[in-house]
Structure formats: C-alpha cells, structure tokens
Design a protein around this ligand. Structure first.
Ligand SMILES: [Zn+2]
Ligand SMILES: [Zn+2]
Length: 53
C-alpha cells in the first residue's frame, strides 16, 4: 500500500508511515529496519534515551 503526502520532518514527498507514531515520512526519515520514522527508531534503539523500559 502506498502512502501519499508530505514528510512531517522535511516536507518532501513521503512514501512511508511510521508504525509507532503514524507520521508520514520520506525515505530519508524512515528506518526500514524498524518500520519507524528515524526519531522513533532512535528512541527504541535506546541510543540516548532515558533508559530501558
Ligand atoms: Zn523527510
Ligand atoms: Zn515515528
């Protein structure tokens, strides 16, 4: 299923939607490994997050 709209991070053409927050994002702001936007992907990876949960 294709998604049409503008990326909610940079306003270029969005082709993906985040499975976590539902944001429409372009390829540059989408993490295919998680299916999330780059912001959610960074959070779930726990790189600089508040800690495991
Ligand atoms: Zn973008
Ligand atoms: Zn997200």
């Amino acid at each position: 299923m294709s998604v049409t709209g503008l990326c909610q991070r940079c306003e270029s053409e969005a082709k993906f939607s985040c499975d976590r927050c539902g944001a429409l994002v372009c390829q540059a702001h989408y993490d295919p490994a998680t299916g999330y936007c780059t912001e959610c992907a960074a959070e779930v990876r726990g790189g600089s997050g508040p800690g495991p949960r």
